[in-house]
Design a binder for this molecule. Structure first.
Ligand code: MN
Length: 759
């Protein structure tokens, strides 16, 4: 066929290729349907022609590879005609001029879809390689990419054949492919219950990764073969006798551990080959009817343990409850006469097939059990199997996890992989929407996003994406971020960008609102100062002045209301000023005695009582309403029952006292203090509620300044926090010091002495 390689006899080669194809056909025998065979033939012809000028590294015609992959797909995985067709064609779209459209035209939607998946998969793996992303990513990719599990199964077959024929490759390529296989494909095969393939992939990878250890183990296995056979025979002999006597239909095998698992044991246990004790297991496979499977297995188990004592801690019953990937078997480890533990596996022929070939074999059995129309049931059986596998891949239940060990499926459940129109891959969290994708592309794309085409179809921004979707974002310059976008984006990036954009927008609106307010106030001959702003924002119960301005801009606060409020505060402060001037006018102490009042008996130092002076035997208490401390301006009030009560001159009750009972007021002052006695006083802290704020406050009070707290109470409303604290201080300097330290705490807006009306 090719004239580039004159040394090759084209006729002979053609014959050989046909031979390989015939061999493939023989292993597909169970696909009797005529249409299937026709389609397989067509696929073979198309692939043969498409790859006609291509050769593998080994020099053989390329077509051998797709034929071999197809054979693995059918005889080692047990897949049907469609998969054989896809396997034959699996490299055509990627490596030849044929397109997915050609596939669809010639073989229909399903085949086209699977081949498209396979092509995307390899292109993805290539992209990953270029960007040197971690294997982790592409492992997840492999799982999530494929809407049809057959994509993964054919990919596995492809990999297996490549691994089997890697000898003529460059060493560095061998190492790369072997590592990938060990890391990704072998666990994947394990996950899918394809034990035989998993084991072979591991052994082949190991052969390239650690050729010396591999050779050592292979040699030692060969050297100890006879000895092992002797041991197995001796061990099995009594069991065989009893099984025969009981009339069990069975087969018994000695199963040697794979090279790779022996190597792993040697490494994890740090022992030489000779000390790996469970190098082999005995497997007893019964030929059972479906109805007696379980009973047969237990019968065999009973016979085995008649002869050898089992180790209860190493007993596994996967017959009563199969593993999540369908594996069924009884495993027990018993003590042999020579003092060695031996693992015995008991299962039926069906179970053995399932264990080796995965669930495809399982469905094969189910079909024949039903005996329905072959082609029909083959299709349903297969679909059920696919559904089961997909379920397995998608539900990371704990049992499944313990089975896959290092195969962390929950990772994949949390992420999806989506394509840009140019085929670039983006990783997003599972619930991501088109809008998340848009922000992932660029925040400018995100804020202008009005919708997206997903796989060519138009969807709203909130559309949830699936792995494998191809997404084209639609934008408009008129678009602006909306508050409700936050409800359906899941990525941190989208959230923060939307919030940021909304904030900017709000800032702009607030500026407008503020300008509007200032204009209106100007008409009232007023200016907007800090005090008025604060009063307004308190009055209208909004959190910040920005919120106030936004409400004004959006007209949800009408200027009429503002005007009313301003008028009312003006009146209030007018009244207060009048009152205060009246009180201060009469506030000088004038101890005019009145009939009912007891006579105060202040001691020396003029008429002034001195607080804290022990020589003055004056009976006094410090008022609880204003909790005066040394340094405060104070006065005494002569009470009927409690002696002299000391208030601060700016006590909220002072006005009442001095205006109504001026004759009972006595001047008071503090004695200069030497002793460090403490006085209780209250402070009120207001601020923005924040995590850790309380902690910061108490730290400042008790640690930094060594002030004792007598009581502490915090309240929080809509993010605004109030703290009522009674502290023990020596005097006003001490307190002021404390207040100025507290003011440095982030989030604290205001600190005042806390006074109460009506003591
Ligand atoms: Mn291939």
């Amino acid at each position: 066929m090719s004239d580039k390689m004159p040394a090759i006899d084209p006729e002979k080669e053609k014959q050989d290729i046909l031979k390989a194809y015939k061999k493939l056909l023989r292993s597909t025998k169970r696909h009797e349907a005529k249409g299937d065979l026709k389609m397989i033939r067509k696929a073979f012809d198309v692939a043969l022609d498409a790859h006609k000028d291509m050769r593998r590294k080994s020099g053989e015609p390329y077509i051998y590879h797709p034929i071999a992959v197809a054979e693995i797909v059918t005889s080692e995985i047990g897949l049907g005609a469609k998969s054989i067709v896809c396997a034959l064609l699996h490299d055509t779209v990627e490596d030849t001029d044929l397109t997915v459209e050609d596939m669809r035209r010639m073989f229909g939607d399903k085949v086209a879809q699977i081949i498209d998946g396979l092509t995307k998969l390899s292109s993805v793996l290539d992209i990953q390689e270029d960007k040197s992303l971690q294997a982790e990513n592409f492992r997840k990719m492999l799982l999530t990419m494929s809407s049809d599990i057959r994509v993964i199964l054919i990919k596995l077959a492809d990999r297996l054949h490549n691994m089997r024929t890697m000898d003529s490759m460059r060493r560095d390529k061998q190492l790369k492919i072997a590592s990938e296989t060990m890391y990704l494909y072998a666990p994947l095969a394990h996950r899918l219950g394809l034990y035989a393939i998993k084991t072979e992939l591991e052994d082949l990878s190991f052969k390239y990764l650690e050729p010396e250890l591999y050779d050592e183990i292979v040699t030692k296995l060969r050297d100890t073969q006879r000895q092992r056979t002797r041991f197995i025979n001796k061990f099995s002999f009594p069991i065989i006798n009893s099984l025969n006597e009981a009339g069990v239909d069975y087969e018994i095998k000695g199963r040697t551990k794979s090279v790779y698992s022996i190597a792993r044991k040697m490494k994890t246990q740090g022992v030489p080959f000779e000390e790996v004790y469970d190098i082999f297991a005995i497997r007893i496979i019964t030929n059972s009817k479906m109805s007696t499977e379980k009973a047969d297995c237990w019968k065999v188990y009973s016979i085995v343990t008649d002869h050898y004592v089992p180790n209860p801690s190493r007993f596994r019953d996967w017959v009563s409850k199969p593993k999540s990937n369908g594996y069924e078997s009884l495993h027990t480890t018993v003590m042999s006469d020579s003092g060695k533990w031996v693992e015995v596996q008991v299962r039926t022929k069906r179970m053995d097939d399932v264990a080796e070939k995965g669930l495809a074999a399982h469905w094969k059995y189910k079909e024949s059990g039903r005996g329905t129309a072959q082609a029909q049931s083959a299709e349903t059986g297969f679909d059920e199997w696919l559904a089961r596998i997909r379920e397995l891949l998608e539900s990371p239940d704990p049992n499944a996890i313990d089975f896959v060990d290092d195969f962390k499926l929950n990772l994949f459940a949390e992420e999806i992989f989506v394509f840009t129109p140019t085929g670039e891959v983006r990783t997003l969290p599972a619930d991501a929407t088109s809008l998340d994708f848009a922000f992932d592309i660029h925040s400018e794309v995100g804020v202008r996003c009005i919708g997206a085409k997903v796989n060519g179809k138009l969807y709203p921004l909130s559309h949830q994406l699936k792995s494998g979707d191809q997404v084209e974002v639609l934008t408009s310059n008129k678009q602006k971020p909306k508050e409700d976008w936050l409800a359906f984006v899941v990525t941190a990036k989208a959230k923060s960008k939307i919030k940021q954009a909304l904030k900017e927008e709000n800032r702009r609106i607030a500026m407008d609102g503020k300008e509007l307010l200032e204009r209106k106030l100007k008409q009232m001959k007023m200016t907007l100062d800090r005090d008025l702003t604060n009063k307004l924002h308190k009055h209208f119960k909004v959190q910040t002045s920005q919120d106030l301005f936004i409400k004004i801009a959006k007209k949800s606060i009408d200027f009429k209301e503002i005007k009313e409020f301003i008028e009312s505060t003006k009146n209030a402060s007018k009244w207060y000023n009048v009152l205060r001037s009246r009180i201060t006018g009469t506030s000088s102490p004038s101890p005019t005695p009145a009939e009912a009042a007891p006579k105060p008996k202040p001691k020396e130092k003029g008429d002034t009582i001195v607080i804290g002076d022990a020589s003055q035997k004056v009976d006094y208490v410090l008022a609880k309403c204003c909790t005066p401390i040394p340094g405060d301006d104070i006065f005494g009030f002569v009470t009927i029952n409690e002696g002299i009560k000391v208030h601060r001159t700016n006590c909220p009750n002072a006005i009442n006292i001095r205006s109504n009972y001026a004759y009972r007021v006595v001047p008071a002052s503090w004695a200069s203090k030497e002793d460090h006695t403490s006085f209780v006083t209250g402070i009120l802290i207001t601020g923005i509620d924040d995590v850790g704020l309380v902690n910061s406050i108490t730290t400042v009070i008790s640690k930094d300044l060594n002030v004792n707290m007598q009581s502490i109470a915090f309240e929080s409303h809509d993010g605004v926090f109030e703290g009522h604290i009674k502290v023990m201080v020596e005097g006003i300097h001490h307190l002021n010091n404390l207040i100025s330290n507290l003011k440095k705490v982030n989030g604290i807006k205001k600190i005042v002495r806390e006074d109460e009306l009506d003591d």
